[in-house]
Write a protein that binds this ligand. Structure first.
Ligand SMILES: Cc1cc2nc3c(=O)[nH]c(=O)nc-3n(C[C@H](O)[C@H](O)[C@H](O)COP(=O)(O)OP(=O)(O)OC[C@H]3O[C@@H](n4cnc5c(N)ncnc54)[C@H](O)[C@@H]3O)c2cc1C
Length: 606
């Protein structure tokens, strides 16, 4: 029922052109572009920080045919990306969504670079995840955000969500994947050593004034840079604001009702409301309802992503996309307790699984997957194997040499003291493989046989069971200096170790059905005027598949661009407004026209 049906049309407490819900990559991109387009824009965030899961992420964006590729003389990538996405997603994805993504992704990047100084650089070598499909690239599509200096945000730096503590060094220093790889070599390389010294000096100075390092990289750099663009353009960001309902007038969404700063306000959105609440990975009930069994108990996503933006839309007549087998994108994660009692969810993304000298086994002590596949495919394999034998949790098994050289989960390379991890129960140890197997409740005979086969394969370089190390994606995360196969090494030097991993959704792929303009649709595909979705609130344009690093944020930002383009397109007043100022200089705000809550009509529009 709509407010219009319940009460005479009430006055608006304030009017905007575009109102965005959620300050992650999707929402901040939408709000920033809307502001650049000259739209009066409001960004509503329900927590007290910007960034959402984006601020915890690696910040990679997967955009085929991107400007960085073109600068390097690579053209025509859209055609092979189309082939790849169609082969990968099949009929689970709508071809028009893929077309929209391919066409708009590069435009979005060009636009943000030109108008908001949001820039990325190429990952040198980042093959797509599913090399078995035609059109998969060897690199170039994933882009990494440039570092950002958090100090330029002044006091607003405190508003930037923090990365996962376990993915920072020394309790607050961020490093890129490339820097981490260099730092491991700092005892052997002067260049790496100098890098370490520079990073440490900067971090030391930072800690005199800030709670964490201010040299931001990865997803934190992306979130902070988008936020800085919003501040620079004077876009109001309302924190701790709870949106109660969307206002539906004449079959179109014309605004919303929000509680903010002790007031209940009825806000008009002349061009549209854009939902970017990050899906529902943190909602235990929705995980139970939509995710496969056994249901994931943990997630590395932020606590704000509980699907209430989806509820707002569903109550306004929207529908979800087609429910699939996963409905989530996956990380295998190990779990432990932090000193403060909170739960640490450590995603095993690329640092350990593909390195030589590790096997992943189920309760029978048997391998069930090529350990080097993408995190999403690894978890899918856990669920497949679970149908036959218990594989959740699965065990990552290695020996002393591996642990020292490559680390395992939370345990970094060259960690001298393992006792704290063992005492916590995070790291399991056995002087023999049989001991280890009994400790982790795995069949000893199975594990011994598996490791024996692994050691034979390590000598020949051929994984006779799962073909580990045959694809360029596997090898990119292996150890290039290891021969004959960079992903297979012997497990032979006691003691032996194991860490348990469980499926954890990094995000959800089941979201609101939209069309190629990011308009939220009703069950039969008619768009709801004035309502848009992007990021994990939008149903995956790739049918829930994970084509390569950055596929989530790449989609989020691209469909944010398309949403704004459609929303403000009809009412476009002028050419983009020139970038006003260096970071953090606030543009003057129009005087507030907010009125006391007594003027807000009661009743729900749900
Ligand atoms: C460790 C890690 C690494 C990752 N690395 C990558 C990567 O490199 N590349 C990639 O593509 N993906 C990556 N992902 C996944 C990616 O981070 C997310 O899929 C993506 O950030 C989602 O973006 P979003 O804008 O949809 O949501 P988010 O970034 O989660 O933002 C949603 C925001 O909306 C807010 N919100 C929720 N409900 C409301 C409401 N009702 N009103 C107002 N605000 C609301 C939330 O509080 C939150 O701030 C990673 C994930 C993790 C956990």
């Amino acid at each position: 029922m709509s407010i219009a049906a319940e009460a005479p049309r009430a006055a608006w407490d304030d009017e905007y052109d575009v109102i965005v819900l959620g300050a992650g990559a999707g929402g901040m991109t939408a709000a920033l572009i809307a502001a650049i387009e000259g739209a009066r824009t409001l960004l509503i965030e329900k927590t007290s920080r910007i960034g959402g899961t984006t601020a915890r992420s690696s910040g990679t964006v997967w955009i085929p045919d991107n400007p960085e590729q073109r600068r390097r003389g690579i053209s025509g990538d859209a055609a092979s990306a189309r082939t790849y996405l169609q082969a990968l997603a099949g009929d689970r994805a709508d071809a028009s969504m893929i077309e929209a993504f391919l066409a708009a992704g590069p435009l979005m990047l060009d636009y943000l670079e030109q108008h908001a100084h949001v820039r990325f650089r190429c990952y040198e070598h980042a093959p797509d995840y599913r090399q078995e499909f035609a059109g998969a690239a060897q690199g170039g599509r994933p882009l990494e955000p440039l570092p950002f200096d958090g100090r330029t945000l002044g006091k607003d730096f405190e508003r930037v969500g923090t990365p996962l503590p376990e993915l920072m060094l020394l309790g607050g220093m961020m490093v890129t994947r490339g820097e981490a790889a260099q730092l491991v070599r700092s005892t052997h390389s002067l260049k790496a050593c100098m890098l370490g010294v520079r990073l440490l000096l900067r971090y030391g100075v930072d800690r005199l004034r800030f709670r964490r390092g201010t040299r931001l990289v990865l997803g934190n750099a992306l979130a902070a840079r988008l936020y800085s663009g919003l501040l620079g353009r004077g876009v109001p960001v309302w924190f701790d604001a709870v949106t109660e309902a969307l206002v539906d007038e004449d079959d179109a969404i014309s605004g919303l009702i929000v509680e903010h700063g002790g007031q209940r306000l009825r806000l008009r959105a002349r061009c549209g409301v854009i939902l970017a609440g990050g899906g529902f990975p943190s909602n235990a009930l929705m995980r139970e309802r939509y995710l496969p069994q056994p249901v994931a108990q943990y997630t590395p996503a932020t606590e704000g992503c509980v699907g209430d933006t989806l509820d707002l839309a569903l109550d306004a007549g929207a529908t979800l996309g087609t429910v699939g087998a996963d409905n989530a994108l996956w990380f295998p994660s190990s779990i432990t307790r932090r000193a403060d009692g909170s739960t640490a969810v450590y995603p095993h993304i690329v640092l350990d699984r593909a390195k030589p000298g590790l096997v992943a086994v189920n309760r029978a002590g048997k391998r069930f997957v090529n350990e080097a596949v993408s995190y999403h495919e690894f978890v899918r394999a856990m669920y497949r194997s679970q149908r036959v034998v218990q594989t959740i949790p699965a065990l990552l098994v290695c020996d002393r040499r591996f642990l020292w050289k490559y680390g395992l989960g939370l345990i970094r390379p060259m960690t001298p003291r393992l006792a704290p991890y063992i005492d916590q129960g995070y790291l399991k140890i056995g002087e023999t493989l049989e001991d280890l197997a009994r400790t982790v409740d795995v069949d000893p005979g199975g594990l011994v046989a598996t490791v024996a086969q692994n050691n034979r394969d390590a000598a020949t370089g051929v994984d006779t069971e799962f073909g580990k190390g045959t694809s360029s994606y596997d090898r990119a995360n292996g150890d290039a200096s290891h021969r004959p196969n960079p992903c297979i090494g012997p497990i032979s030097e006691p003691p032996f170790y194991a860490v348990a991993v469980v499926p954890t959704p990094l995000g959800t792929s089941l979201g609101l059905l939209t069309n190629a303009a990011a308009q939220v649709c009703r069950a039969h595909g008619q768009p709801i005027r004035g309502l848009y979705a992007c990021g994990n609130d939008m149903h995956s344009a790739f049918g829930g598949e994970y084509p390569g690093a950055g596929a989530q944020i790449g989609q989020a930002m691209t469909f944010a661009y398309l949403a704004v383009k459609d929303a403000v397109g009809a009412q476009q007043r002028s050419a983009p407004v020139a970038d006003p100022a260096p970071v953090n200089r606030r543009a003057p705000q129009p005087p507030s026209r907010l009125v006391p809550t007594s003027r807000v009509p009661s009743g729900s529009v749900r």
